[in-house]
Design a protein. Structure first.
Length: 278
């Protein structure tokens, strides 16, 4: 009687995968110099490519948005000045860009794609305080980069400062009227034709006008120094490399490492064919 055949164990895909994986690891370990060569060659090529990176100029201006206050100067008024994104909206306005381009004797396309804005780190909006904003313009020409950055910065603060500008104009008018009244009252008091009662009335009015002038002068100073947005630091052109040298070298080295691994895995099957002329 024939002995029964042992049961078939079948195909074990996990075992097959483990064998293949071990084979690949062995091939890579044997041909490790191919991986090293690919890594080094890739890094060298990446470095050489980075040397040819295009040079551009970057100019950055720092803007103070201002804090718009009410007529009494004791409470904050919400308007575009209190929103840092208003700067980005203003500098990306097509009419603003065209006006700046005309002033700089350039074309809008020379700097439009290089415009960027960001809030200065650490200057966060807190307790009603508005942050500083940096406006950067990159262009191939230093003159265009610097002129466009300063032009856009001035245009942005002018657009955001309409409230403060009008407030400053009103306060200057008020101070002018106060000065006129003070001079007229002082001239009248110095005359000898007034009675004692009239002089007392005029002196009371004079003190009121002087107090109003002092208050208006303080509000004017506050509007000019605190409320009105302005360019805190003007832009100056600096030459930079458009392509990051470090990133280029790292990426090229990784590509070389991968290609070296592929060559190491295919070495045993490709090299003999090349030797045989197949």
């Amino acid at each position: 009687m024939t002995a029964p055949a042992p049961p078939s164990r079948g195909f074990d895909p996990e075992a097959e995968q483990e064998v293949d994986f071990a084979k690949y690891v062995r091939l890579l370990a044997v041909r490790w110099w191919l991986l090293a060569a690919g890594l080094v060659v890739g890094a060298v090529i990446g470095y050489l490519i980075s040397l040819g990176g295009s040079q551009v100029y970057s100019s950055t201006a720092t803007l103070y948005l201002g804090q718009p206050l009410g007529a009494s100067g004791n409470f904050l008024v919400q308007n575009p000045q209190t929103n840092p994104s208003a700067i980005g909206t203003a500098v990306h306005d097509q009419q603003v860009q065209q006006a700046v381009a005309a002033h700089c004797k350039a074309h809008v396309k020379e700097f439009r794609k290089g415009i960027s804005t960001q809030t200065v780190a650490g200057a966060l909006t807190k307790n009603g305080q508005t942050p500083l904003v940096q406006l950067t313009v990159q262009a191939k020409k230093a003159r265009v980069s610097q002129c466009a950055a300063n032009g856009l910065a001035n245009a942005a603060v002018h657009r955001l400062g309409t409230y403060a500008i009008q407030k400053i104009a009103n306060l200057k008018k008020q101070i002018k009227f106060d000065n006129q009244d003070i001079n007229q009252i002082a001239a009248a008091i110095s005359g000898s034709s007034l009675s004692t009662t009239d002089k007392l009335i005029l002196e009371t009015t004079l003190r009121t006008d002087q107090q109003d002038k002092i208050a208006a002068t303080q509000l004017l100073l506050q509007a000019q120094q605190v409320e009105r947005p302005r360019v805190l630091v003007g832009a100056a052109a600096q030459r930079i490399t458009a392509r990051s040298r470090r990133n280029t070298v790292v990426i090229a080295a990784l590509i070389g490492l991968i290609l070296g691994a592929v060559v190491a895995l295919l070495w045993d099957s490709v090299v003999p064919r090349l030797r045989n002329g197949e």
